[in-house]
Design a protein around this ligand. Structure first.
Ligand code: BTN
Length: 252
């Protein structure tokens, strides 16, 4: 079922025509001992997964669906959290620099064009309370979809790189370029933490300075998004002038 094409030979990239979810596939490989920086890339996911238990629409022929396995040498799970923001910042920077696409990031992990979602990141972690065994970063990007390609319930809120730039993009070239930038960024992140990436995330974000509602299981908070902390949490000023630190959730 898995195949390594010539393009990917020697790079620990597992290419699947169809898979349940690239995050699940790389987790199976991780548990069999696959090395750090292994990647599962799929043409189609039948059970693509989003954050908060949602599904992720992943048809063949138009998107980029892949997951990266990382095995940091010594990392506390608390310090792993900003890797989602690092990923979002690097993907957006790549798309802006190499394709001149006006895309931004919404805290924590939504990739947007014109306030519509064109990509997302699902980060999962295995470890003990004080040590990460491995991290899986799953990245989904709508690349060459046309407006009519999304199911009705997603159409209004979804976009693609094609819709952002008016040009079809070669998905293999894009994948290889993102892989290069991301693996370099992760090496720096494991050495120096989130600090080197904070300004990059801020430069490309659509969240700070806005009135937002952040919700999470069991709660929500309304206020103005003021800034990011040193480890990627969101600082929100509520209507009483109180500053709250939000580590997890979703902006509606
Ligand atoms: C989100 O915004 O909710 C996160 C979406 C993440 C989707 C990607 S596609 C590749 C990888 N495999 C999955 O099953 N999910 C992630």
């Amino acid at each position: 079922m898995n195949k390594t094409s010539k393009i990917f030979a020697g790079k620990n990239i597992y290419y699947y025509q169809t898979v349940d979810s690239t995050n699940l596939a790389i987790r199976r490989l991780a548990d069999e001992g696959a090395p750090s920086c292994s990647i599962v890339l799929a043409e189609e996911q039948q059970k693509g997964r989003g954050r908060l238990g949602r599904s992720w629409f992943s048809p063949p022929g138009c998107g980029l669906w892949f997951s990266i396995l990382l095995r940091p040498r010594m990392l506390n799970p608390v310090n792993a959290a900003p890797i989602t923001l690092v990923t979002a910042a690097i993907v957006v920077e790549n798309l802006r620099n190499h394709h001149n696409l006006p895309v931004n990031v919404k805290w924590p992990n939504d990739l947007l064009f014109d306030d519509k979602k064109l990509g997302g990141i699902l980060t999962e972690l295995k470890g003990e309370p004080d040590r990460v065994e491995y991290i899986i970063v799953g990245i989904g990007l709508n690349v060459n979809q046309q407006p009519g390609d999304f199911p009705a319930e997603l159409g209004m809120q979804s976009a693609s790189l094609y819709m952002a730039g008016g040009r079809l993009i070669n998905r293999i070239d894009l994948f290889l370029s993102l892989r290069k930038d991301l693996l370099k960024a992760y090496a720096l992140f494991f050495r120096n933490g989130f600090t080197p990436f904070r300004d990059l995330w801020k430069k490309n974000n659509r969240t700070l300075g806005q009135e937002v509602t952040v919700s999470w299981s069991g709660g929500k908070l309304q206020g103005k998004a003021l800034d990011l902390t040193e480890n990627g949490s969101l600082l929100i000023e509520d209507k009483h002038g109180q500053i709250n630190i939000v580590n997890y959730g979703e902006i509606n």
